[in-house]
Write a protein of this length. Structure first.
Length: 739
């Protein structure tokens, strides 16, 4: 049957299920201003970048190429929507578009292989390349269709997966000038470049196929040696070790093939994991027969006089038009996670020449990064009224800055009660950097009942450390912290401690709840007095939790890791205490029913959603929940391991219901059902959640395309609520399960 949802049914649903009191919608908000050193950040809540890879693609089909950025930190995709300002890079965050991309790791790039004017998707998969065709348009939005689970190539007599290392970055471009896309990649041994020719034009007379043959295992007739400075020209690549002097080379090289001199053949810009520079190789051959006749280190300085790239290790070059002048520019970023700059690592060179004879002029070293809240590596936010002006300020810990230690950044709220805005006051609150710690997770709360908020921090070792607030308790008085009490009460998690301060047992004393790398929570009850807390009454070393694995919380996803990196954030909503917990995968777990009818701590908290807001901001998602818009509905800032944060404003549950949903293509059948039923949303990627009458989640799934069949043999007979969300809209239907 065709799904029909009317406003009258919406009202009945709220009365029947009584879920409005618990369900909170999160709507992304990028409008609240953030100021750093007098500059307003245009992309403040964009989540930051560490090791980004840049592609151009028109994801909203408005005629302008947008930026699609894949970050190796957390395998995170960021879509920036081009505002079409001639000669100037102006972008807005297009978070809704990233949900349409498949799961990707290690590297990705976009290029139009079938000649329809839309950029298709290529990415690493299982030692090779996976390809998706861009099948979207302005009417249905961006969509991808898998065309090659694993691209294969003809290696002599055998057709094998086309090899590309997860540590490399290949060139996918028209190498031989016949208009279809070929692939250049370093071979398995890593010193010589293979040319895999796409034979679509030769076989079919058009470019809409991906049929590859290895034409040469020594494209360009050169070898890169064990060192990035070792470039050997006129080398046959036939020596032992694949032509590499001294044997096998390390894995980790990037290729950018472009025409630098207007002679219609492809020159090469080479990056290497062992170098802080780029190497330029000049092709003095032909499109059909490449030959690198000369090379220059420190590109682009020696090509046209400008400052060369200088990144700590593994700079990777991308050729995309970012300023709308129809000439592609040079963007360079590091490509080795945890080994290079994380704040000032994206260099932009403007092309003041032409697209096939560029002239690069360096403009900046923090392209896009400089417009975002960027704390280097890791972002662990929390809320506190730091200066006692009645407005909640944002404090963000980080893992570290490159070649440094963890710190706390203070963004003071200089807005109003309903319209916050934030200004960076310091990146090193309380001088935390002097402690030489990493992975700083802050928590604020009054632990000595003197009327102000003290500070706890967790860190890599698993200990937590206490900073007493010794400022006068008076309006408009910023906090001042005493010297830290290290290893506070000998509380120690296995590693990566993440504390929260909350009166969980409702006895009037603030307790400590601590997350860790293990993905669970431990509860340390305050058994002291109002002015003298005690979280370790047996003086154990380490302290023994009052409750281990509090509430049954466990955010480990065994499909990706045995670690969870739980970070708790407690908040009040409608008079009840709720809990949000961050995770390694990035999803924010939302729990309610923390207490039973007698206000005792429940042994099992109720999991409302394992991916609250369907956001997945990147690895190590860290929540900070508070009502910052003064509407009695909690809001959320979530950090990620790329060092940035995103902001979501809370709305009353189901407020996003599309009243005109009779126009949707959603179908649910049969309904009622006894064994199974189908959910169809033709041509769409959607998420669904099914809840029972008590609001408990029965089943949940993300990134379903087109249709899913659900089996319900183990469900109790009764009524359930189905929530389907796609493209920022939500739809609801009552399900009836019969015997």
């Amino acid at each position: 049957m065709r799904l029909k949802i009317k406003f009258t049914f919406f009202t009945a649903t709220l009365l029947l299920f009584s879920l409005n009191a618990q369900h909170i919608d999160l709507i992304r908000n990028d409008q609240f201003l953030v100021i750093e050193t007098s500059d307003t950040l245009k992309l403040a809540w964009g989540g930051a970048l560490n090791y980004p890879q840049f592609s151009a693609a028109d994801v909203n089909y408005d005629g302008w190429n947008d930026l699609v950025i894949f970050d190796r930190t957390g395998n995170k995709i960021t879509c920036l929507i081009n505002q079409g300002v001639p000669g100037k890079p102006e972008y807005l965050i297009g978070d809704e578009f990233r949900y349409h991309f498949p799961s990707i790791t290690d590297w990705m790039l976009m290029a139009d292989y079938d000649g329809d004017g839309k950029h298709d998707l290529f990415h690493y998969w299982n030692g090779s390349v996976q390809a998706h065709r861009n099948t979207g348009n302005a009417s249905i939005g961006i969509q991808f269709s898998l065309v090659k689970e694993q691209i294969r190539s003809q290696y002599g007599l055998n057709q094998l997966p086309l090899y590309v290392s997860s540590a490399d970055f290949p060139a996918i471009t028209d190498v031989d000038g016949d208009s279809d896309l070929d692939i250049l990649t370093f071979n398995f041994l890593g010193g010589c470049v293979e040319f895999h020719q796409n034979r679509s034009m030769e076989l079919y007379g058009h470019r809409d196929s991906l049929v590859f043959t290895l034409r040469t295992d020594n494209w360009g007739n050169f070898v890169e040696g064990a060192s990035a400075t070792d470039i050997y020209l006129n080398d046959s690549c036939d020596a032992p070790g694949g032509g590499i002097p001294g044997g096998m080379r390390h894995s980790g090289s990037s290729l950018l093939a472009l025409d630098m001199d207007g002679d219609s053949d492809k020159d090469l810009v080479l990056g290497d994991i062992g170098a802080n520079f780029l190497t330029y190789l000049h092709n003095d051959g032909t499109p059909a027969q490449a030959n690198m006749g000369a090379f220059e280190l420190n590109f682009p300085q020696n090509h046209i006089d400008t400052q060369p790239v200088n990144l700590t290790t593994f700079p990777t070059a991308f050729y995309v038009d970012v300023n709308n002048d129809y000439n592609r520019d040079l963007i360079v970023a590091p490509n080795a996670p945890s080994s290079s700059e994380t704040r000032n690592g994206v260099w932009r060179y403007s092309n003041i020449g032409t697209d096939n004879q560029p002239n690069f002029i360096k403009l900046e070293t923090n392209f896009i990064q400089g417009e975002m809240i960027d704390l280097g590596e890791g972002a662990f936010p929390t809320w506190v009224d730091f200066n006692r002006d009645g407005l909640l300020d944002l404090v963000i810990g980080n893992a570290m800055y490159f070649n440094g230690y963890g710190q706390l950044a203070l963004y003071q709220n200089t807005g109003s009660a309903s319209q916050p805005q934030f200004e960076l006051i310091t990146r090193d609150l309380a001088g935390i950097s002097s402690l030489n710690l990493t992975n700083i997770v802050p928590a604020f709360g009054d632990l000595d009942s003197d009327g102000d908020d003290d500070l706890l921090i967790g860190e890599t070792s698993g200990y937590i450390h206490f900073f007493e607030n010794i400022a006068p308790v008076a309006p408009n008085t910023p906090a001042v912290f005493a010297s830290p009490v290290m290893q506070y009460f000998n509380i120690k998690e296995n590693s990566f401690s993440a504390p929260a301060i909350v009166d969980l047992n409702l006895d009037g004393l603030n307790d400590i709840v601590c997350g860790s790398r293990m993905g669970k929570l431990n509860f340390y009850q305050n058994t002291g007095t109002l002015t003298t807390p005690n979280f370790n009454p047996t003086a154990s070393n380490p302290a023994i939790p009052t409750i281990s694995q509090l509430g049954g919380v466990n955010v480990v996803d065994p499909t990706i890791s045995s670690s969870g990196y739980s970070v708790p954030s407690f908040f009040q909503y409608n008079g009840n205490l709720h809990l949000a917990v961050g995770s390694l995968k990035g999803g924010i777990h939302h729990y309610n029913q923390l207490h039973d009818a007698t206000n005792q701590i429940n042994t099992q908290f109720n999991l409302l959603n394992s991916n609250w807001g369907f956001m997945y901001p990147g690895f190590r998602g860290t929540p900070a929940v508070a009502d910052i818009t003064n509407d009695n509905i909690p809001d959320l800032v979530v950090g990620n391991y790329a060092g940035g944060v995103s902001l979501y404003v809370g709305q009353v549950g189901f407020s996003e219901l599309n009243i005109n949903s009779t126009q949707t293509q959603i179908q649910v059948f049969p309904n009622p059902f006894s064994i199974h039923f189908n959910i169809q949303f033709p041509g769409k990627i959607f998420h669904f959640t099914i809840r029972d009458l008590n609001g408990r989640i029965i089943q949940i799934s993300e990134n379903v395309f087109h249709e899913v069949v659900l089996y319900s043999e183990n469900w109790a007979p009764g009524i359930y609520l189905l929530e389907v969300s796609s493209d920022s809209a939500r739809y609801f239907l009552k399900l009836v399960h019969t015997n």
